[in-house]
Design a protein around this ligand. Structure first.
Ligand SMILES: [Zn+2]
Length: 317
């Protein structure tokens, strides 16, 4: 029997699993990334997590690692990555040298898409988009069962598609990216601006007057307590996401769109206006058939995604 090691490298934690080819997790370890300690310390920590799940008695056919981008996929290098504070780390070769096991590097959103496709909400679909809505917005594209990376590994940067050139400034330097409106950070920032202008809301009490503490979570709490301003903020966020997804639907006509990430846990507060926005805007014959579903893999999406990347590579051989 063959086994795979999957690593989910994130800005806050490193999760590593040993799994069989069916995605059954045999061992799982998790460590804080502590990126502030520098790249060498984090690389050592990644190796330690692999040693902890490594079972010398088992036939391990590959290691997969999902990492925040930008990456040089061809050469297995993590380029300048702000949330890891890494600078050109050849992580694929480092792990191959350490463990003598073929290693595959993939960006985290692509890996998550591959994981949901193979083991999660996308089982049975051949063409799907996975969208993660958290501090940013990322996405992965699966076409005919395979991750679509584009000519330069950039495909899937849905968060930086522009939905209003006069919109708020985005972390990438452009104005009006989907992420600037509808990510957790974008939602909080839009809410803070209106609260500063004096809109009525219980949010001020929830953050004890400190508006800088407002997050997507605060807006969720307030909306569930019936706060009208907070409900309107979720309404507009769902609408903006619906605009982003309408563009995806009209352009790619996927079978399914899977929504994951921390902000998606707001559930119907987000999904209801999002579905309405798509219904109102997208080409009807595609919009009426596309399935829009929440992600299914939860906290294992990153590690099972990394496993899926290895399986896809092995299948292609
Ligand atoms: Zn942007």
């Amino acid at each position: 029997m063959s086994y795979i090691i999957g690593i989910d490298l994130g800005g806050t934690k490193i999760a590593t699993i040993l799994s069989d080819m069916q995605g059954n997790i045999i061992k799982r370890v998790e460590e804080a990334t502590n990126a502030h300690e520098g790249q060498d310390a984090v690389i050592e920590r990644i190796k330690e997590t692999v040693y902890k799940v490594l079972d010398p008695g088992k036939d391990i056919v590959g290691i997969g690692i999902g990492s925040p981008g930008p990456l040089d996929l061809e050469n297995g290098v993590v380029l300048k990555t702000p949330n890891l504070k890494w600078d050109n780390v050849p992580i694929r070769d480092i792990l191959e040298e350490e463990f003598g096991i073929t290693t595959y590097l993939e960006n985290d959103a692509n890996a998550a898409a591959a994981g949901e496709y193979r083991f999660g909400a996308g089982k049975g679909a051949r063409n799907l988009i996975y969208i993660t809505v958290s501090t940013g917005i990322g996405s992965g594209i699966i076409i005919e069962g395979k991750v679509y990376r584009g000519a330069h590994g950039i495909a899937g940067e849905l968060g930086h598609t522009i939905i209003d050139p006069n919109g708020p400034i985005c972390g990438c330097g452009q104005h009006g990216c989907l992420e600037a409106f509808a990510s957790g950070t974008g939602l909080a920032r839009r809410a803070i601006l209106e609260l500063q202008l004096g809109v009525e809301s219980i949010i001020r009490e929830l953050v004890e007057g400190d508006l800088q503490k407002v997050t997507a979570r605060t807006l969720e709490d307030a909306a569930l307590k019936g706060d009208e301003f907070a409900r309107n903020m979720w309404e507009s966020t769902g609408d903006y996401l619906g605009i982003g997804m309408t563009n995806v639907i009209n352009f790619l006509d996927p079978e399914m769109i899977i929504i994951g990430g921390g902000v998606s846990k707001a559930g119907e507060l987000l999904f209801e206006p999002m579905r309405r926005s798509i219904k109102k805007r997208a080409i009807e014959s595609a919009a009426s058939k596309v399935k829009i579903v929440p992600a299914a893999l939860g906290k294992d999406v990153g590690t099972l995604g990394a496993i899926s990347v290895v399986i896809e590579a092995l299948e292609a051989k």
